[in-house]
Write a protein that binds this ligand. Sequence first.
Ligand SMILES: Cc1ncc(COP(=O)(O)O)c(C=O)c1O
Length: 370
Amino acid sequence: MYRLDRLSDTISHITSSIPYPDTQFQFASVTNGNVALLQIFKNQGWGIHANTPGDIYLALAAGFTPDRIVYSGSNLDRDEMRQVLAWGIHTINLDSLSQLELLGDIYSAEDAKPLLGLRLNFPALTGESRIGVHPDQFGQAIEIARQAGLTLDGIHFYRGTGTNATQAFTDAIDPILSIASQLPDWSYLDFGGGFGYPYHHDKAAFDWVEFGQILSEKLSKLDQKIQLTIEPGRAAIAESAVLLARVVSTKWQGQKQIIGVDTTVANLSVPSVHGGYREIVGWNNSDELFTTDVCGNTTYSRDYLGRNCQLPRLKIDDIISILDVGAYGYAMSSHFLHRPRPAEALLDNSHHRLIRGREDYSILLTGQIF
Ligand SMILES: Cc1ncc(COP(=O)(O)O)c(C=O)c1O
């Protein structure tokens, strides 16, 4: 269940935090590909950051025009690269010289000329990462692009996901600006995603206002006019959703309450599979809390939606709420364990509407040939 007010407020907060005038915001839809939600970002003036051609496909279905889509991905095959060009995507950030060569090979004068950038690999800033091109290879990259009739216009930086330390981003600004200025045709900086969200509600959160002010000041002082792209994923959408589950079974093991609910770990990126933490809330009329494991409706040994949570005594048909599941939630759900996936609904004040139907067992046969 998504809350429109929460999502809209977060989008507005991030947007207003960055005063630099030439800024475009692209929602990183790797975190959530629900078209109805993508349209909310569109209505608030954001574009889409696509990680894969599938992200582009969903963005086009949501009504984004190709000039509102930034692609920064990895390892496209020839047909996919051709497709990205054929879609006329406005900005393409590539991950390797080999992908750049492939693009150069396919690109022809009939294609819309993209703004072209490189994803940065610079361990001191990006950590040890498989992604990106080291500045030592910029000379080669410029030459590959030139031979194809293209220019290298931008740098794409990705700090790594879920970073709540604001300084980890602000400290990187000067070195990135200095690296980017090595590109003779430099015209844009994509400062990526990776901005954290405080799943532990009592812990420090990424400070958008501080980040936006420092980044804007530094960009404004440059001799040249640089266009800025910001592509938040989880920071934009994590908070907007809860997964509601119904209690279907209760038992006690000593002092510990064991709750079985009508959903499974496959519907969510949860601690037991992907790391991380989600707060779980339950209600009854008593204030007394018990250490509780919340278990999914399979016997998979890691099917825990939460462990050692503090919850009231629960009974069958009570509802619990797993918080902050808007990012990497439904998007990472799967048919592992062969449970059809839940519905998604959007709550707009007191009205709600279905934005994805609940699956039934027939989904498990889709595509199977027997
Ligand atoms: C290039 C790029 N930008 C943005 C994102 C979104 O990341 P986050 O949710 O950490 O903001 C990703 C996630 O994989 C990414 O690869």
